[in-house]
Design a protein around this ligand. Structure first.
Ligand code: SAH
Ligand code: SF4
Ligand code: F3S
Length: 435
C-alpha cells in the first residue's frame, strides 16, 4: 500500500522565505504531498535558498551533495531548488548538480505543482521568470488547519533601491505590493485559524502601496480585525518611514513598539558609496521622530562592516551611530562580495580587518542589547504565549518588545496574552510571573 507522498522543505534566508515555504508546502498539498521533517523519508526534497552572502549561497551545493546517496537509492526522488540562489544561479545549479530535477525562482513558485508533474516524467524543469500574473492569487486558497498564535504575511516583494552590495533587486525583482483587500482576507483567515499576531513582510515593506494610505493605512485597517491582537512589520528602509507610519507607532495600539530599521553604516562617505540615499544624520532624525511618537520603542538594525574602502575612521562613525541610537537587537555581517553587484568591483578591505571590526561592533551591540533587556526587570509587559518552555510547567512567549519571556504557571495555553511582571534577565531571555 502506498501512503501520501512526502515533501521535505529546508528553508534558508529571511522570513519571506519562511512564508514562501509555507505557501509552497500548501500548494504541493494539492498534489497529494504531506510534509515530513526527514529528508531520508521524502519523495521530494525542496531547498528554499538564500543568495545574500557567499556563505549562504554555498550551503546549497554542500546540502545537495548530502542527498547524492538518497537519490542513488531512490531514483524517483525529486530534488528541487527554490528561492534566491535558484533565481541567480539556476542554470549553474542544473549543470553542477545533475541530480537536481527542478529549479524554481521566487516569483514563479505558483507553477511548482505543474513543474513537479513535468519533472516526474524524467524531464529537467527550470523556471526563473518574473511573470505578469500574481503568484499569490494563482496559489490555492490557504489551508484551514488550526495554527500557532504568530504568523508571517507577505504584503510586498522586491526592491527598487539597488544598494551597491545587495543581490535582492536582482533575485526578487522590482517592488510589487499586494492589494489591501487580499491582505485583509488572508489576515482574517489566519485569525480564524488561531493567529493572534501577524508580522507583515516585505523586502521594503514600508514602501507598500497596495493601500491608498500606504503601510500605515493597511496597519490601521488590519487593527480593526477582532481577535488580531498584535501587528509587526519588517524590513523597512529609513527613507520610506512616512509621517503617518511614524504617527501609527504612537496611536495604533496593536502596532508593537519594536522596529527593525537597518542603517548598514554610520559614515556618510560609505553610505553614499553603498547607494543608501540617506545620511547618518537623516537616519537619526527619523529615529528621533519615532521616539517622540513612541518613547519606549525598541530599535533593531542591520550593519555591514568592511564595505569596500571602509577606513578605521568610517568604521568608528558606525560605532558612534550605534552609541547614539542604543539598539535593542541587531544583526551584523562582514561585507561579502556578490557577483553582479557594483561594490564587488571595488577595492576590498582585508579579511582580518573585517574580522576585527565585526568583533568590536558585536561587542558594543551585545552590551546595548543586554542593558536594554536587563532594564526590563521589575517592569510589567504583555506576553503572547507561544509554546511550552524547556522546564516542565513553563510557558514561553514574546513581549511587545520581542524579548523571549518564560513563566512558570499552571493552565497557560499557546495564544494566551497575559500581563507579566519581569523578575529576572538571563543571557537570551527574561523570566517573570503572571500579574
Ligand atoms: N531589505 C532589507 C534587508 C535585506 S538583506 C533592507 O533594506 O534593510 C538583509 C541584510 O543583509 C541587509 O540589511 C544587510 O545588512 C545584509 N547584506 C546584504 N547584502 C550583503 C552583502 N553583500 N554582504 C554582507 N551583508 C549583506
Ligand atoms: Fe537590498 Fe538595499 Fe533593497 Fe534592502 S533596500 S533589499 S539592502 S537593495
Ligand atoms: Fe536571502 Fe533572498 Fe531573503 S537573498 S535574505 S532569501 S530575499
Amino acid at each position: 500500500m502506498t501512503g501520501p507522498r512526502k515533501l521535505y522543505i529546508k528553508t534558508y534566508g529571511c522570513q519571506m522565505n519562511v512564508y514562501d515555504s509555507e505557501r509552497m508546502a500548501e500548494a504541493m498539498g494539492g498534489q497529494g504531498y504531506v510534509q515530513t521533517d526527514r529528508p531520508d523519508d521524502a519523495d521530494m526534497i525542496l531547498l528554499n535558498t538564500c543568495h545574500i552572502r557567499e556563505k549562504a549561497a554555498e550551503k546549497v551545493y554542500s546540502e545537495l551533495g548530502r542527498y547524492k546517496g538518497l537519490k542513488a537509492a531512490k531514483p524517483d526522488l525529486r530534488i528541487g531548488v527554490a528561492g534566491c540562489v535558484a533565481q541567480a544561479e539556476g542554470e549553474e545549479i542544473m549543470r553542477r548538480q545533475p541530480m537536481v530535477d527542478l529549479v524554481v525562482g521566487p516569483q514563479s513558485y505558483h507553477r511548482l505543482p505543474e513543474m513537479e508533474a513535468r519533472a516526474g516524467n524524467g524531464a529537467k524543469v527550470l523556471d526563473t521568470d518574473f511573470p505578469e500574473e500574481d503568484k499569490f492569487e494563482r496559489l490555492k486558497g490557504r489551508s484551514k488547519a488550526k495554527r500557532g498564535p504568530t504568523a508571517f504575511l507577505t504584503v510586498q516583494e522586491g526592491c527598487d533601491k539597488f544598494c551597491a552590495f545587495c543581490v535582492v533587486p536582482y533575485t526578487r525583482g522590482a517592488e510589487v505590493s499586494r492589494p489591501a483587500d487580499r491582505v485583509m482576507a488572508e489576515a482574517r483567515d489566519l485569525v480564524e485559524r488561531g493567529v493572534r499576531e501577524i508580522t507583515l513582510l516585505g523586502q521594503n515593506v514600508n514602501a507598500y502601496h497596495g493601500h491608498d494610505r500606504g503601510l500605515a493605512g493597511l496597519i490601521r485597517q488590519l487593527a480593526t480585525i477582532d481577535g488580531l491582537e498584535r501587528i509587526r512589520f519588517t524590513t523597512s528602509h529609513p527613507n520610506d518611514m512616512d509621517d503617518d507610519l511614524i504617527a501609527a507607532h504612537g496611536d495604533c495600539e496593536k502596532l508593537m513598539p519594536y522596529l527593525h530599521l537597518p542603517v548598514q553604516a554610520g559614515s556618510d562617505r560609505i553610505l553614499k558609496r553603498m547607494n543608501r540615499q540617506h545620511t547618518a544624520e537623516s537616519y537619526l532624525r527619523v529615529i528621533e521622530r519615532l521616539r517622540a511618537a513612541r518613547p519606549d520603542l525598541h530599535l533593531s538594525g542591520d550593519f555591514i562592516v568592511g564595505f569596500p574602502e571602509e577606513t578605521e575612521e568610517d568604521f568608528r562613525a558606525t560605532l558612534d551611530l550605534i552609541e547614539a541610537v542604543e539598539y535593542g537587537s541587531a544583526f551584523s555581517f562582514k561585507y561579502s562580495e556578490r557577483p553582479g553587484t557594483p561594490a564587488a568591483e571595488r577595492p576590498q578591505v582585508p579579511e582580518d580587518e573585517k574580522d576585527d571590526r565585526l568583533q568590536r561592533l558585536q561587542a558594543l551591540l551585545t552590551r546595548q542589547q543586554r542593558a536594554l533587556q536587563d532594564a526590563m526587570v521589575g517592569r510589567e509587559v504583555g506576553v503572547l504565549f507561544e509554546k511550552p518552555g524547556r522546564q516542565p510547567g513553563q510557558m514561553g512567549g514574546k513581549s511587545e518588545y520581542l524579548h523571549a519571556v518564560h513563566v512558570e504557571a499552571e493552565g497557560l495555553q499557546p495564544g494566551d496574552l497575559r500581563k507579566v511582571r519581569i523578575t529576572d534577565s538571563g543571557p537570551n531571555s527574561l523570566a517573570g510571573t503572571l500579574v
